[in-house]
Ligand binder design. Structure first.
Ligand SMILES: *[C@@H]1O[C@H](CO)[C@@H](O)[C@H](O)[C@H]1NC(C)=O
Ligand SMILES: *[C@@H]1O[C@H](CO)[C@@H](O)[C@H](O)[C@H]1NC(C)=O
Ligand SMILES: *[C@@H]1O[C@H](CO)[C@@H](O)[C@H](O)[C@H]1NC(C)=O
Ligand SMILES: *[C@@H]1O[C@H](CO)[C@@H](O)[C@H](O)[C@H]1NC(C)=O
Ligand SMILES: *[C@@H]1O[C@H](CO)[C@@H](O)[C@H](O)[C@H]1NC(C)=O
Ligand SMILES: *[C@@H]1O[C@H](CO)[C@@H](O)[C@H](O)[C@H]1NC(C)=O
Ligand SMILES: *[C@@H]1O[C@H](CO)[C@@H](O)[C@H](O)[C@H]1NC(C)=O
Ligand SMILES: *[C@@H]1O[C@H](CO)[C@@H](O)[C@H](O)[C@H]1NC(C)=O
Ligand SMILES: *[C@@H]1O[C@H](CO)[C@@H](O)[C@H](O)[C@H]1NC(C)=O
Length: 491
């Protein structure tokens, strides 16, 4: 393998295309290496390891060899030179670039970024593991938005700690599982590559406690622990080979013509981790248990049933409301809205109302202090147990609508909001609707948040801001219905 590097490294002027494919090859090779090294000395399945064993001499703990590093450095230099040359070309000739050379130029830039990120991670790895072996300090990393955040610095260190995890189940879980008969799937994978959220390693004790169980037995009553792990970024959680606890006496759910607007049978929920021990407690005005923003969500009759049918919050001064009615929103695209996602904290009432309009809505929520997922399911709707950390489990350009309320609010970091909105944009189909429902924040922030929504470049069907009067604080409500535009292909 080092032979390949030397050969590439010593090539003088090579044909553009050859350079590009060589770079790509090296990149894939390096990516594979860093994947292996990041798994530490886990006993990676033999099928995966053996083909490499004869050729590669890597000390998994000592970082990646200096020859590879210097090869990467020289590859980077060559790519930068190539970019310089093609930039000069651009200035020399006309300002017009033909389609193919523009593509070539963009491609080089993309490869450069990828290589730089590999270099950055190798450098990190070295610093972590060779701290006292006199390795020179890392080259200055650019301070652009492309560099990994400080949080990622410890990642390789954390992955190396995998070695140290005493609980056998976690190693078994992340081991690559070879396909039976050595078959390769159509993506070229010979096995299944299981992953866990990298932040799991920053919570080693909790992770080990979570994975400390007897396979084949009933799992511990540790719902709170799993939620704590997820809330701190250990998401996806590893799966476990134990049986999840279930309610002692699960009674038949109500038939669908009754379940939608009736509090479910208390016996169908495990209450052990909640303050309330039944649905009446959750619905009662006086207890106000559960998530504070959704303390009324279990009161189906008086709180939930009027929502999206009659306006509740009306600004007395202007008569404006941020409560849009389902009928008026669906009228924007008659007959076109059939499937969607509600990313909110709630009990599924939005999906229940949309069902009356023959629209299928999946309700994504976490169990913040109350059994929201069970409630949604017992009403006969589809709950999706998902944190904000998750890339949505839908493919690009598929959903007709995304609705959100009581979730993305004035607490959210702007960069997180952008990542979230781009992901929502990804799954919305062209012409799909994004319904921001009663987003609230302090008045000073509303401009910045609205800027984030406007950044999407959507058509604005509705856009209303009213003062929030229930508290003294200087807060506003903001609602909008926005339409995703068609997007041209990249040229
Ligand atoms: C690692 O895998 C090899 C080959 O299957 C096996 O002989 C060895 O016992 C394994 N080591 C551990 C620590 O599981
Ligand atoms: C993966 O599958 C391909 C084709 O079936 C085979 O040539 C290759 O050796 C396999 N690799 C491993 C690591 O099993
Ligand atoms: C690294 O960056 C700092 C600040 O941007 C600069 O002062 C320093 O000269 C740089 N060092 C090298 C080796 O480029
Ligand atoms: C990197 O960027 C951050 C914020 O963008 C800034 O505070 C910091 O001074 C920058 N560091 C260097 C070395 O330029
Ligand atoms: C492994 O664990 C021991 C003791 O728990 C600790 O001293 C050591 O630093 C750990 N090693 C790594 C790589 O985390
Ligand atoms: C629900 O449907 C069942 C039959 O499918 C019927 O027996 C029952 O009376 C219905 N309940 C209500 C409240 O309409
Ligand atoms: C729902 O709220 C209304 C009014 O706030 C109250 O009268 C009713 O008892 C509540 N429902 C339940 C089940 O507690
Ligand atoms: C608000 O609506 C009420 C009742 O519909 C009406 O009496 C009042 O004049 C309206 N106020 C404004 C500012 O439009
Ligand atoms: C929903 O579909 C049913 C059956 O196709 C139909 O009878 C009903 O009118 C539809 N409702 C709406 C609001 O479109």
């Amino acid at each position: 393998m080092p032979g390949v590097f030397t050969k590439l490294g010593s090539c003088g002027l090579i044909h553009k295309l050859f350079l590009v494919s060589a770079v790509l090859g090296v990149f894939i090779y390096v990516a594979t290496l860093s994947k292996i090294s990041s798994l530490g000395s886990l006993n990676i399945s033999n099928a995966f390891c053996n083909p490499f064993n004869n050729n590669i001499d890597i000390d998994f703990h000592g970082g990646v060899g200096a020859d590879i590093r210097s090869t990467i450095d020289s590859m980077l230099q060559k790519i930068r030179e190539e970019i310089d040359i093609s930039t000069h070309h651009r200035k020399d000739a006309s300002s017009q670039l033909s389609g193919s050379s523009l593509r070539y130029y963009n491609f080089l830039n993309e490869i450069l970024k990828l290589m730089e990120s590999v270099q950055a991670s190798l450098v990190m790895d070295d610093v972590e593991s060779n701290a006292d072996e006199g390795v020179p300090p890392p080259a200055n990393q650019s301070n652009s938005s492309d560099t990994p955040p400080a949080d990622a610095t410890g990642l390789f260190d954390q992955l190396a700690e995998m070695d140290n995890l005493s609980v056998e189940e976690i190693r078994k879980y992340v081991d690559i599982k070879p396909n039976r008969l050595g078959r390769q799937n159509f993506m070229g994978a010979n096995g299944t590559f299981t992953s866990i959220g990298h932040a799991c390693f920053s919570m080693r004790d909790d992770l080990e406690e979570y994975m400390d169980y007897n396979p084949g037995q009933i799992c511990n009553d540790d719902w709170k622990l799993s939620h704590k792990l997820m809330a701190h970024g250990c998401d996806p959680l590893p799966r476990r080979r134990c049986f999840a606890l279930a309610p002692q006496q699960y009674s038949r759910p109500y038939p669908i013509n009754e379940s939608m607007w009736k509090l479910p049978d208390d016996r169908n929920v495990r209450w052990s981790q909640y303050k309330c021990k039944n649905f009446d407690c959750l619905a009662a005005m006086e207890t106000r248990r559960g998530f504070f923003k959704c303390a009324d969500c279990f009161n189906l009759t008086s709180h939930e049933s009027p929502r999206w049918i009659t306006p509740v919050l009306v600004d007395p001064e202007t008569n404006k409301t941020t409560d849009f009615m389902i009928a008026e929103v669906l009228a924007i695209k008659p007959g076109e809205i059939r499937i969607g996602l509600d990313f909110s904290i709630g009990t599924g009432s939005f999906a229940a109302r949309m069902r009356e309009h023959n629209v299928t809505i999946v309700s994504a929520t976490v169990n913040l202090g109350a059994p929201f997922n069970e409630m949604i399911a017992l009403r006969g709707l589809v709950p999706l147990y998902l944190t904000i950390n998750h890339r949505l489990p839908f493919y690009d350009n598929t959903l007709d609508m995304i609705h959100t309320t009581r979730f993305l609010d004035g607490w959210i970091d702007l960069v997180l909001l952008e990542f979230t909105l781009y992901d929502w944009d990804r799954v919305l189909r062209p012409g799909g609707l994004l319904w921001i429902d009663s987003f609230f924040c302090i008045e000073e922030d509303v401009g910045e948040y609205q800027g984030a929504f406007r950044m999407l470049g959507y058509k604005e069907h509705k856009w209303v801001v009213i003062p929030k009067v229930d508290k003294d604080a200087n807060e506003v409500f903001f609602s909008a219905v926005l339409e995703k535009p068609p997007r041209p292909d990249r040229r």
